[in-house]
Ligand binder design. Sequence first.
Ligand code: PLP
Length: 484
Amino acid sequence: MNQQDTPLFSALLAHAKRNPIQFHIPAHKRGRGMHSAFQSFIGENALSIDLINIAPLDDLHNPTGIIKEAQALAAEAFGADETFFSVQGTSTAIMAMVLATVGPGEKILVPRNVHKSVLAAIMLSGAHPVFLHPEVDTELGIMHGLSVETVEDALIQHPDARALVVINPTYFGVAADLRRIVEIAHRYDVPVLVDEAHGIHTAFHEDLPVSAMQAGADMAATSVHKLGGSMTQSSVLNVRRGRIDPRHVQVVMSMLTTTSTSYLLLASLDAARKELALHGRERMEKAIRLADEARRRINQIPGLYCPGKEILRNSATFALDPTKLIISVKDLGIRGYDVEVMLREEFNIEVELSDLYNILCVISWGDEREDILRLVDALVKISAAYKDQIGKRTVQVKVPSMPELRMSPREAFYAKTESVPFHESVGRTIAEMIMVYPPGIPILLPGEVVSKDNLDYIEENLRAGLPVQGPDDPEIRTIKVVRE
Ligand SMILES: Cc1ncc(COP(=O)(O)O)c(C=O)c1O
């Protein structure tokens, strides 16, 4: 195999050049049948490869040609035995991992702070989740991964578990000691499924946490689109043979995937894989250098703190992705969301996310030093505007408590329900998810008992203007609970 090749992208280019008369969908026919403003903005090139699975272009659902070749190159580049492309983001790849490994009533070990796609898959599969406590950072107000001890205790108590889910690294760029976690899970013959939405780049530089495949995990759902340079929505599912049968994974992926797969997304995966395989290290070196400079400069700004390796204290916080800048703003006496809005409205800067206490900025090789200096300059100005408040208002950091699970999420989701006013839901079993997105980690999920503490936390997020979502009632004046 030659990582210089892009079998899928190149075949699409050749097909577009051949320019056959198209009596097939999409009806826009290379853009000619499209709204003209959209067509001219997107451009002829992109529209000429917006194609479907006609025979010369292979089929993602049963690849035998150029998609198979492109996936094999990706597997080699990412250190997997087999790689499946996803045109529905990592969410679908995660659902496929779960649905391919656990069935109704079977146990799956999951950190409570998982992305909603893991929980959706658990609800669809009918598996029984055993929730594990992640490490909580009470200074930053964020949750990290699982400690080795938590995983080992869970396996001792549940040796019959059919899978273990691990987030590596978290949205905030903190990784657990994945090698040891995998080693312990494998002692119990339990496959390790890794949510690697924020880890496509880690295999390509020695200063980054290890990737799931490097750590010996069995499967990893990985967002190439987030940090690896492909187009939004394109991800991969990396598989190691042994505990997992890749043919079954292919079947499950196919069950969950649209039959109208976007060749633009597939081609962008092929091209991003080539870029990572050939130039990943040097590209990541640039991103790490830029992030290091940003971190150094931000830590000189009064009232701001951008954590580095000093927050790595144990096996749950074992390695750091330095390209994620967590910027704690609580000492300015304002919310993360306030800073997000100021950066948007006063400085034309958009961040990745904000929460009650922090903003998160993602640095990639697509950034330039001037971008970093503009961010630092904006933060200097914001800090100066709040200098009188620094150290005066102590912000009490709260992290939502882990609710009691009274009923399986699937049972609660399908139970007879009723809507009750928000404050009257305390003590009831919730039948829907409530989360802040991003990061998309549920504060409450179906089957859990609502506590006042959870409601206070939701209200605080709503008051701060953060995007709380999930319930049937978008205003969250009522909550759907299981009828008693
Ligand atoms: C931890 C985590 N897992 C999974 C996902 C889902 O990834 P995607 O957006 O590619 O579907 C996200 C998205 O933000 C995430 O943060």
